[in-house]
Design a protein around this ligand. Structure first.
Ligand SMILES: NC(=O)c1ccc[n+]([C@@H]2O[C@H](COP(=O)([O-])OP(=O)(O)OC[C@H]3O[C@@H](n4cnc5c(N)ncnc54)[C@H](OP(=O)(O)O)[C@@H]3O)[C@@H](O)[C@H]2O)c1
Length: 351
């Protein structure tokens, strides 16, 4: 039996192709997983287009299996593995070596889905310590969405707080757009008792966000000065936590609607990575003006992922799966994410 997989030479979505590879055997400390469902992240599109270059570890020419998020079942256990058995249902972690604490360059060099081969395959060998138990109340399609988007949102909201304290009660959380990270942040924030403000380019998506509990919604296309609305909605307090997924075109606005002592989590750059030439941010002044903490976020360690799963279980949070594509339709799934049409997560059902 062989492995069915998709590979990318990092040269664009049209160059994604389906191939076969020999079935691997798990070595010492490893397990072989039959992959059932894979979720897509913005990163996977960027990687496949050859545009994911802002980490040293990712600067390479290679042909790799893309994607990082999967849910599957262990079908073979290598020697020395005691924590898993055949039949266990598991989730991947984005950085298998990042078990706890601050991420390091060495751990980042082991990112699944560039530079390491990813999970868009029927089978893959994982280090036993790089997996977490999948929550039994979630389907494969729901559970596979957790490793990147949800863990990143969890760390953005709770990363600077002591383990086990789900933060956010009564605080204002601002989310940008309605992609995977933002909608995970909405679900976590509401479950934690926060007041949530969310922006989108689409009124229809904002209506969906309201159905999920968003307290305030703003269309950033029709209301380009949305930071003013954030100040109004919060009685001039500002947002306590901002999940900055927008980047170049949103960061200044975030500084203009952050609360005193607030936290801006620098997560992404969907509006661009480079500031406009006529907009020098002078971040030092912006940060001190309201005593802001600007925190770069790169996903989170395994122990915080497991902590998050306990929170999800306690609150019975079901991740929002917008559309499920078949394995054969993987390229179409990437194109769908690239188009930005989705709300929440896009999933590929592998088998
Ligand atoms: N640092 C980390 O660990 C980490 C982890 C995950 C993701 N990220 C980054 O975070 C960003 C979001 O990732 P994702 O996977 O959630 O993406 P995604 O699911 O592809 O969502 C992207 C969404 O961003 C919104 N958007 C586009 N332009 C925008 C703008 N100018 N202002 C506000 N929103 C805008 C759109 O929402 P609407 O259609 O509603 O307008 C779009 O659907 C990406 O840059 C990704 O690389 C970083």
């Amino acid at each position: 039996m062989s492995v069915q997989q998709w590979v990318t030479p990092l040269k664009g979505l049209e160059s994604l192709r389906r191939t076969e590879a020999p079935m691997p055997a798990p070595g010492t400390g490893e397990v072989l997983v039959e992959i059932h469902a894979v979720s897509l992240n913005y990163r996977d599109v960027e990687v496949t287009k050859g545009e994911y270059k802002h980490h040293k570890s990712a600067e390479q020419d290679a042909t790799i299996v893309p994607c990082s998020d999967m849910c599957g079942v262990i079908i073979q256990v290598g020697s020395g593995v005691t924590q898993w058995a055949v039949g266990d249902r598991v989730l991947s972690t984005f950085l298998p070596e990042h078990q706890t604490g601050q991420v390091t360059e060495k751990e980042l060099a082991g990112s699944v889905g560039l530079p390491l081969d990813g999970v868009l395959a029927t089978h893959r060998v994982f280090p036993a310590h790089g997996l977490v138990k999948a929550p039994s109340y979630l389907s494969d399609e729901e559970a596979c969405t957790l490793p990147i988007a949800a863990v990143t949102a969890w760390m953005s909201i709770n990363g600077m707080r002591p383990m086990g304290q789900s933060g956010g009660k009564g605080e204002y959380i601002l989310l940008q757009g309605t992609g995977g990270v933002a909608i995970s942040g909405l679900q976590i924030g509401k479950a934690a008792g926060a007041k949530v403000i969310i922006t989108s380019s689409s009124d229809a998506k904002l209506e969906q966000a309201t159905q999920l509990g968003a307290d305030y919604t703003i269309n950033y296309r029709t209301t380009p000065d949305w930071e003013t609305n954030v100040m109004q909605y919060t009685d001039n307090h500002g947002a306590d936590i901002i999940l900055e997924t927008g980047g170049a075109q949103t960061l200044r606005k975030s500084f203009d609607c952050i609360a005193f002592g607030g936290l801006i989590d620098c997560i992404g750059y969907v509006s661009g990575k480079v500031d406009a030439e006529d907009d020098r941010l002078n971040v030092n002044i912006l940060a001190l003006r309201r005593t802001v903490t600007l925190k770069g976020i790169i996903n989170g360690p395994k122990d915080r992922f497991e902590e998050m799963i306990q929170f999800y279980e306690a609150h019975q949070i079901h991740p929002v799966v917008n559309q499920v594509f078949s394995f054969a339709e993987s390229r179409e799934a990437f194109q769908f994410v690239e188009s930005g049409s989705h709300f929440g997560k896009v999933v590929i059902k592998v088998q």
